[in-house]
Design a protein around this ligand. Structure first.
Ligand code: FES
Length: 162
């Protein structure tokens, strides 16, 4: 099924093709919506109303419905994340293991407050819900890589790691 563009798309032709593939991947188009939004988050490192509006057009869904999904899951952000997105678990087990001490250390090390991207676009950090590694607290997530038993030294070395 072709999709007409009512407004200028914020996506490249290749990105448009990826979104259309997500729409057509499943028996019901909206089943691919979360995957499509994941792609948008990867490309833009945030959700904008323009991007959500275009996804809504492609999926033939009301804007508000797509916006609701795009603002429900914490993996989707309205603020721009860094290319290296650091999550600090603020769950109880991690807090008891000392994660609270690392908030200040993250801010000092990366040089930005929570949910703020560094000027070079490389880093951002944020508190996250339980990462499912409670026995390894304090737990960090660096993009998709889990770092357990993190210490202030771990945080200090973040910028040295690839
Ligand atoms: S409380 Fe931190 S991983 Fe579960």
């Amino acid at each position: 099924m072709s999709v007409t563009t009512a407004t200028k798309s914020p996506f490249t032709a290749e990105q448009e093709a990826v979104l259309l593939r997500w729409k057509n991947e499943y028996p019901y188009p909206n089943m691919g919506l979360v995957e499509a939004l994941r792609s948008v988050q990867d490309w833009n490192r945030r959700m904008t109303p323009e991007c959500v509006a275009r996804v809504a057009e492609i999926f033939e869904l009301p804007f508000n419905r797509v916006w609701g999904v795009a603002t429900f899951f914490p993996t989707f952000t309205q603020w721009k994340t860094g290319r290296k997105r650091v999550g600090l678990c603020h769950g109880l087990s991690c807090w008891l293991a000392g994660s609270d001490k690392m908030e200040k250390r993250l801010e000092e090390t990366l040089g930005v407050p929570e949910k703020t991207c560094t000027a070079d676009g490389e880093y951002s950090w944020e508190s996250m819900e339980c990462l499912g590694a409670c026995e390894q607290g304090p737990a960090l997530l660096v993009n998709d890589r889990l770092v357990g038993a993190a210490t202030e030294e771990t945080v200090a070395k973040l910028k040295e790691s690839k």
